[in-house]
Design a protein around this ligand. Sequence first.
Ligand SMILES: CC(C)(COP(=O)(O)OP(=O)(O)OC[C@H]1O[C@@H](n2cnc3c(N)ncnc32)[C@H](O)[C@@H]1OP(=O)(O)O)[C@@H](O)C(=O)NCCC(=O)NCCS
Length: 225
Amino acid sequence: MSAARPLLLVGAGGLARECLAALAAVEEAGTASWTVLGLLDDDPARHGDLVDGTPVLGGSDLVHEHPDAAVLVCTASIRTPDSRPTIAGRLGLPDDRLATLVHPAASVARGTDVGAGSILLAGVVVTAPQRIGRFVVAMPQVLLTHDDEVHDGVTMAGRVALAGGVTVGRSAYLGAGALVRENLTVGELSVLGMGSVLLDDLPAGQTWVGSPARRLVRRPKAVAR
Ligand SMILES: CC(C)(COP(=O)(O)OP(=O)(O)OC[C@H]1O[C@@H](n2cnc3c(N)ncnc32)[C@H](O)[C@@H]1OP(=O)(O)O)[C@@H](O)C(=O)NCCC(=O)NCCS
C-alpha cells in the first residue's frame, strides 16, 4: 500500500467522532491509509480539546499550513444543511485535497461513483451502480437502491431508505429512518423529518414530517402569563 497521507478533519462534533472511528476501521481493513493530524474547528473554545484522543488543533484556516494534507469536512446540521460544500468552497480546497471516506463495512455496488468529500458510514448499502454527489453524508445503514440520484451536499441520517429512481436535490437533509417512495424528487435544501414516509415530491426548501409526510407548519408558541 502507498504511504499514509496526512489528514485533517474539519469539525469536532458527533460526525467527526464517527469519522475517526470509520478511519480506524479503514486502517484496520487496509482499504486506505491516512495519518490523522487532528481536527479543526472554528469555535476557539474547542481548541486544545481532545476528541477520542485526537487533538483539536485550531480553526479551519489551518488547512493552509498543511498543504500536503487531505481534508475531510465532517459537519452536519439541519440548521446549516449546506455546510460541507460551503466550508470547502470558502477554504478553496481543490479536489486533490478532498478525502472521501467509505467505511469498509459499507456495501457499495461496483461502478458506483462516490463524489469527492463524501462520507459513507458502516452498513450503508448501494444496491446498483449510481453517482453519489460530492460532500454527501450517508450515516449508518442508509439504503440507496437502483437509479437513485443523490446530489452534492445531501445529508442522510441513519437508516434512511430510498426506493428506486429517487432524486435528492442539493444539500437536502433526510432525518433518521425516513423512507422515500420510488421515482420521487426531494427538493434541494429541503428537510424530511425523522421517521417520515414520503409519498409525494418534496418541494425545494420546505420541511415535511410524518406518515404520509406533509409540510410542517409551525404554530406560534403559547405565551405564558
Ligand atoms: C423535522 C424536524 C427538523 C423539526 O424540528 P423542529 O423544527 O425543531 O420542530 P419541532 O420539534 O418544534 O416540532 C414541530 C411540530 O412538528 C412535529 N414533528 C417534528 N418532527 C417530526 C417528525 N419527524 N415526524 C412527525 N412530526 C414531527 C412536532 O410533533 C410538532 O408538532 P406540533 O406543532 O403539533 O406540536 C425534526 O423534528 C427532525 O425530524 N429532525 C431530524 C433528526 C434526525 O434525524 N437527526 C439525526 C441526527 S444523526
